[in-house]
Structures are given as structure tokens and as C-alpha cells.
Design a protein around this ligand. Structure first.
Ligand code: FEO
Length: 419
């Protein structure tokens, strides 16, 4: 019989004086509405003992508080707890905090400076006192220290990592975590969790690639012997391998050279919106300096298009209006963009319609809602686009190219008019 089915009853020592005191949730299949998991998840908390007292790093989801307290009590008494660090305020890590504070009222709470505005909303109560910390701050546990690294948006604004230099341990919160429940706990003995690690990154961290790269720059110089995340395997085998994986996953995704890229998507019932799309693409191409791609949404699943959009600088979307709405493949694409960073990219819309033509404005609104900039008014054509309407589409493509290359800002000044 292997060890797969055994749950450690007590705490698990991950390094001398550092214990895992978390909980396993093997029956979970959907986390936070959006994330699937084939074997559940785990909520990790840790107790760090120093000569001057004990620090508890994170807690667990409220339903699992009993497990957490049982494990905590096996390595520390409540009156020894001097410090509680919250690397992240989401309820799966703070569910047991109110009870922990009741049991260890002398403990001082440490949160990131960016967590301050979220603390009351999530945990209620005006009586919570805390110390807000950021990169460069540290606290002493006597013979050991906790150093803080502010790593915002991984995946909430409040997220931070805590580093224990004397043991080379990075308590990383959700960063480097995954929803993978294996009671053997350590990465070098659990089952193959690579798919889960990448899936978690894709759904949680991917929209924040630039912040991931900033976090890696902070973490890279640290001598790391073990990464202790808030979910999934504790990474002691080759912790740097997981840093490298994040580096690969967060690398900017660009195609070709340095020129801006524009993607023109369309879907067309009778060829009208398609003709408009071709005119948009031709206009952008004729403007020069932009790499233009043209895609029929009927020709692919959504996921590859989402990947393309992540690496593009601008998108233009064409849809007919059917029953007062843009069509489902367009909404499928737009509703899939939450997993990638699109803020600040350029967007535009166009489409043919029979009698009402709401789709273009709806797409523009959605693009703005996703924080794209929509610098050019969309083009609508009633049924078969006229030559003038196709010329408007060409102009739309040209204008988008000019915005992408910065040439739209160039002004031609008539000196004679100034005289
Ligand atoms: Fe595991 Fe973002 O909470």
C-alpha cells in the first residue's frame, strides 16, 4: 500500500522549525466558479518557529478550520503565536482568521499595503489592527526573519510573498500554486501535476503576465530551497524549475518582428460582413507598418483566437446583427478574453445588418468594458455594403493602422493659413 491515501493527521515539517498546517479538500471539482479540478485542492498554511515566537502564514477555508487548528496545535500553543501573515485575503486563505485571532489575540497581523482597502470588505469589523508591509520590509522572529515581497495582481491586488532567508523558503501564496490535491504533499512524491500547474496559471495568472514578470524579477535573486505555495504540491524538488516555467508562461507573446499586429475577425451569414472585413484588412494593409491577419470566426475554436489576441496590438470584430444582437461566436470570443491581458489594446467593430444594426455598438461597448481603446467609430452597412460603405471600412482599417503606428497623431499644418 502506498502513501497516496494517507492524510497526515498532524503538521508536516517542511524544513526545521517550519511546518505545514493546512488542509485537504479532495471532493472539490469547481473552484471559484471558473476553475475545474480533477482531484480537489488543498489550502496551505504554515507555522514558522523562531527564538522569539511563532508566525502563522495564511490560514485555510472556513470549513476546514478544524483541520488547521488541530495541526497548528500539534506544533505551537496559541500564546506562542506572535505574528500572522496574510499573503492574500481571499476567503480560501482567511476563512480561519477570525477564530485564530480569538485564540491568539496577542498576534500581530501583517498584510500588504495594497490589502488595506480590501481587509474590511472581506473580513468585516473595524477592530482589526494590522501592520501593512511592502517590498523591503521585514520582521524578526528572534533568530529568523520574515521578508516581504509585494507581488500585486497575482492574482488579486493584495497579493504578496513572504521569504524566510534562513531556510531559503518562499511562501508564495497563490503564486506557483495549483488545484491539485495529493496528500503526499511534496512535488517530488505526488502524482504528475504539470497539467494542473499550467491550467492554474492560464486561468489565474495569465491576465497579469507583466506583474508575473515583475514578481519573478524580485524572486530571482533569492536563494530558494523550497517554494511553499497556498495550493497544490509544496515545491522542494527543483523549485527553480517552477520559476522557469512561469518565465516561459509569462513571456510576452508577439508574432514576427517589432511591427504592431492587427487581427480582423468576422462572421458572416451572406457574405456582406465578410466583404466589409476584407475591406478593413485591405485598408490596414495599405496603410503599411502593421502586420494584418484576417480570420473567419467560424473556422476555429475560440481558444487559439484568444492566444492570438493576447499577442496582438489591435483587434477589429465584424458581426451581423441578428434579432437585435451580435451573434453567438462573437460573444463567445469576447467572453473568453477575461483570461488574457487586453487592457490598452486597440479595438473596433463593423457589420452588416438587415433592419436594426445594434451589433456594432454592442461590440464597441464590450471592447471598452474590457478596457480596450476604441479610437475609430465602427462602420455599419444595411444588407449589401455599398461602394461608399466599403470605402468606410477601408478607412477604418487605415485609421486603426495609423493609431497602432502612432501616425494618426501627425498633424499637417498649413503655414499659409497661419499667416
Ligand atoms: Fe487561493 Fe486567490 O485564493
Amino acid at each position: 500500500m502506498g502513501t497516496a491515501a494517507r492524510t497526515p493527521e498532524g503538521a508536516v515539517e517542511v524544513a526545521p522549525g517550519v511546518h505545514w498546517i493546512g488542509a485537504f479538500d479532495p471532493d472539490l471539482r469547481i473552484f471559484d466558479i471558473i476553475l475545474r479540478t480533477a482531484n480537489g485542492t488543498s489550502y496551505h498554511a504554515y507555522a514558522v518557529r523562531g527564538s522569539g515566537g511563532v508566525a502563522v502564514i495564511d490560514t485555510v477555508k472556513e470549513e476546514f478550520a478544524d483541520e488547521f487548528f488541530r495541526r497548528l496545535e500539534s506544533v505551537a500553543s496559541y500564546d506562542e503565536i506572535r505574528v500572522i501573515v496574510l499573503n492574500h485575503l481571499e476567503p480560501d486563505h482567511t476563512g480561519a482568521l477570525p477564530e485564530l485571532l480569538r485564540r491568539a489575540p496577542q498576534a500581530r497581523l501583517y498584510i500588504s499595503t495594497r490589502a488595506r482597502s480590501m481587509l474590511k470588505g472581506l473580513l468585516g469589523g473595524d477592530s482589526l489592527t494590522y501592520t501593512a508591509v511592502t517590498t523591503g520590509d521585514s520582521l524578526s522572529l528572534g533568530d529568523r526573519n520574515l521578508q516581504f515581497l509585494q507581488t500585486p495582481y497575482l492574482h488579486w491586488p493584495d497579493t504578496q510573498c513572504t521569504y524566510l532567508p534562513e531556510a531559503g523558503i518562499l511562501f508564495s501564496g497563490d503564486l506557483f500554486g495549483c488545484h491539485f490535491c495529493d496528500r503526499r504533499l511534496f512535488d517530488d512524491v505526488v502524482g504528475d501535476f504539470r497539467f494542473s500547474f499550467d491550467y492554474y496559471y492560464a486561468h489565474i495568472m495569465r491576465p497579469f503576465g507583466a506583474y508575473v514578470r515583475e514578481a519573478l524579477a524580485l524572486i530571482d535573486p533569492l536563494p530558494i530551497r523550497l517554494i511553499a505555495p497556498a495550493h497544490g504540491p509544496v515545491l522542494r524538488g527543483e523549485p527553480r524549475r517552477h520559476l522557469e516555467r512561469y518565465r516561459v508562461l509569462s513571456a510576452p507573446s508577439r508574432y514576427g518582428g517589432q511591427e504592431p499586429t492587427l487581427l480582423v475577425f468576422y462572421i458572416s451569414a451572406y457574405g456582406n460582413t465578410r466583404h466589409m472585413a476584407e475591406a478593413v484588412a485591405a485598408g490596414a494593409e495599405s496603410a503599411g507598418g502593421v502586420r494584418v491577419s484576417l480570420y473567419d470566426l467560424e473556422g476555429s475554436e475560440v481558444a487559439p483566437f484568444v492566444d492570438l489576441i493576447e499577442g496582438a496590438d489591435g483587434i477589429v470584430i465584424g458581426s451581423p446583427t441578428i434579432n437585435g444582437d451580435a451573434v453567438k461566436p462573437v460573444w463567445d470570443l469576447l467572453s473568453s478574453l477575461a483570461v488574457v491581458g487586453v487592457r490598452g489594446k486597440l479595438g473596433a467593430a463593423f457589420g452588416s445588418f438587415g433592419w436594426s444594426g445594434e451589433a456594432v455598438a454592442m461590440i464597441e461597448d464590450r471592447l471598452r468594458g474590457l478596457k480596450l481603446r476604441v479610437p475609430v467609430k465602427g462602420v455599419r452597412a444595411k444588407l449589401v455594403p455599398t461602394a461608399d460603405e466599403l470605402a468606410e471600412c477601408t478607412a477604418l482599417g487605415e485609421a486603426m493602422a495609423q493609431h497602432l503606428t502612432g501616425r494618426n497623431e501627425a498633424k499637417s499644418i498649413d503655414m499659409a493659413a497661419l499667416a
